[in-house]
Design a protein. Structure first.
Length: 433
C-alpha cells in the first residue's frame, strides 16, 4: 500500500523551512516500525510551492495523510480536491487541531479523521484499510506513553531540508541546526490558547532524548537545536534535570521556551551548563488585569526576577507579547515599552490577539465582552504580522463591546495603533523578532 503524508505550503511563515514537520515524520516512523515493507511510505513537502503548482509535486498514493490546523484548512481542502480529481481512488485521512474542534465539518473533506492522540489510531486506520473496514471517526481517549514510540526519522526529507543556519541567534546564528520535540502536554489553561494537549507534561526518557540528538549529530551534522516544547526548562526541577542532563551529554547549543514563574535558579544554571543560549518567555501582557482575565497566572515582579537570573547566566531572552487582550488599559503601548526598557530582552515577538477556535475566548466570546466576525475566512487569521513588512495589516475579525464585563473595550483601530507604536519602537532598536 502506497501511503504518503502531504505537508502544506507554510505560507503564513516568512521562512517555512524553519517549521520542521516533526508530527508527520513521527507518524511515518511509527508506520514504518509497525508495517515494514507492507507499506511504501513517502512524504510530499509543499513548503514554498505556489498553490497552482502543487498538484505537479504530488505523486500517486493509495492513502494520503494530512495534519490540519485551522488557518491552513482552506488550503488543505483545495489540495485534497485537486488530488481527488487526478487520483480519485485514493483515501484521505486527517488528524490535528481542526479535526478535533470541527469533526463533522472535517468529514466533508476527508474519508476518516482521528480525534485525540494519533500514535495508535494511525496504525488502526491502516489495518482497517487493509481489511476494507475503514470507519469515519476514530477517537483516542488514552494518554500515550511517549517512550513507547520511536523518535521521528528525518530520512523522508531531503538532507538540505533537515538542517539550516539561523536556528540560534546572534553569534551562534551560523551553526547548523534543526528543531526537536521531546515532550507533550501543558499544565496551564490560558484562555487564548487552543492547545489540545492540556494536562500534565509528559517528557521522553533521558536515554531517548540523547539517542535522538546523537542521531541528528551523526546523520545531519547538527550543532544547534530549537526545542519546540511548551517548556524546555520545566518548573518541575526533577523533570527538568533529567531532560537537561540528556541534552548536555550531547554537547550541542540550544534554545527553547519556559514559563515566566516557578523556574528554580539552579535549573537555569544547569540549562546554561548544558548548552542553553536563549529562552523565550511568554509574558503575553504587562497588564496584571489582562493576565488575570486570560487565566495566565503570571506575577510580573517574579517574572522580572526570572529575567535577572537568565541574564546572570548569560542566557538571552526572547519576550513573547500579545496586544488586544480584554482588560488592557488605554496606555498599554507605553506600559509595554516601559516593561521592555526595564527587562532588556534580546528580542521581542509581538502579536495581536487572535481568537483561535478551540480556545475559551473563541468558545465564549461574550464572557470577554467580544464579538467574533465568523464571516472572516480562517486562512485570514494571523497570529503574528507586521514583523517583516511594515505595511502588512491584519483583518478586523473581532471587536469589543463599548461597555463590557471588564470595562470599556478598545476598538480594533486602537489596538492596531498600539501594535504599531510598540512595533515601531522594536524596529528602531532592531529587537523585533
Amino acid at each position: 500500500m502506497r501511503v504518503g503524508f502531504i505537508n502544506t505550503s507554510g505560507k503564513q511563515n516568512e521562512k517555512p523551512f524553519r517549521i520542521d514537520p516533526l508530527g508527520a515524520l513521527y507518524l511515518l516512523t511509527i508506520l514504518e516500525q509497525e508495517f515494514g515493507d507492507r507499506l511504501d511510505l513517502g512524504y510530499t513537502d509543499l513548503r514554498g510551492v505556489s498553490e497552482d503548482s502543487m498538484i505537479y509535486h504530488i505523486p500517486e498514493r493509495d492513502v494520503y495523510l494530512h495534519y490540519i490546523t485551522t488557518p491552513e484548512i482552506a488550503e488543505i481542502q483545495r489540495i485534497v480536491a485537486a488530488v481527488r480529481r487526478v487520483y480519485p481512488k485514493a483515501l484521505h485521512l486527517a488528524g490535528g487541531p481542526h479535526a478535533n474542534i470541527f469533526p463533522e465539518e472535517s468529514l466533508k473533506t476527508f474519508d476518516a479523521i482521528c480525534i485525540g492522540e494519533g500514535e495508535e489510531v494511525i496504525k488502526q486506520m491502516i489495518n482497517d484499510i487493509f481489511d476494507n473496514k475503514l470507519r469515519k471517526i476514530y477517537r483516542e481517549t488514552r494518554t500515550m506513553d511517549l517512550d513507547a514510540y520511536p523518535f521521528p526519522l528525518r530520512k523522508y526529507l531531503p538532507k538540505a531540508a533537515v538542517t539550516d543556519t539561523g536556528m540560534l541567534t546572534r553569534k551562534h546564528a551560523g551553526l547548523l541546526g534543526t528543531s526537536i520535540l521531546v515532550s507533550r502536554g501543558c499544565p496551564f489553561n490560558c484562555h487564548f490558547c487552543s492547545n489540545q494537549y492540556k494536562g500534565p507534561t509528559r517528557v521522553r526518557s533521558p536515554e531517548l532524548i540523547t539517542q535522538e540528538i546523537e542521531y541528528l549529530k551523526r546523520e545531519y551534522q547538527t550543532q544547534a537545536l530549537l526545542f519546540k516544547d511548551d517548556q524546555a526548562i520545566h518548573t518541575n526541577r526533577e523533570v527538568s534535570r533529567g531532560m537537561l542532563e540528556a541534552v548536555g551529554r550531547s554537547n550541542v547549543l540550544w534554545r527553547g521556551q519556559s514559563r515566566a514563574n516557578g523556574v528554580h535558579p539552579d535549573t537555569v544554571k544547569l540549562a546554561k551548563e548544558t548548552g542553553c543560549v536563549e529562552i523565550a518567555v511568554a509574558i503575553e501582557s504587562v497588564s496584571p488585569k489582562a493576565l488575570k482575565i486570560m487565566n495566565k497566572n503570571i506575577d510580573l515582579d517574579k517574572a522580572k526576577e526570572y529575567f535577572k537570573v537568565l541574564r546572570q547566566n548569560e542566557i538571552e531572552i526572547k519576550l513573547l507579547l500579545i496586544l488586544g487582550l480584554p482588560g488592557e488599559p488605554k496606555d498599554i503601548a507605553q506600559q509595554t515599552i516601559n516593561f521592555i526598557e526595564e527587562t532588556r530582552p534580546s528580542n521581542v515577538s509581538l502579536s495581536i490577539l487572535c481568537p483561535i477556535p478551540g480556545s475559551e475566548i473563541w468558545n465564549n466570546p461574550a464572557r470577554f465582552g467580544m464579538k467574533i466576525d465568523t464571516s472572516v475566512p480562517f486562512e485570514k487569521y494571523m497570529f503574528a504580522f507586521g514583523r517583516f513588512d511594515g505595511e502588512e495589516k491584519t483583518p478586523h475579525f473581532f471587536e469589543y463591546e463599548k461597555s463590557g464585563p471588564f470595562g470599556e473595550g478598545m476598538s480594533m483601530d486602537e489596538i492596531m495603533a498600539n501594535h504599531e507604536a510598540v512595533q515601531t519602537y522594536l524596529r528602531e532598536r532592531r529587537i523585533n523578532f
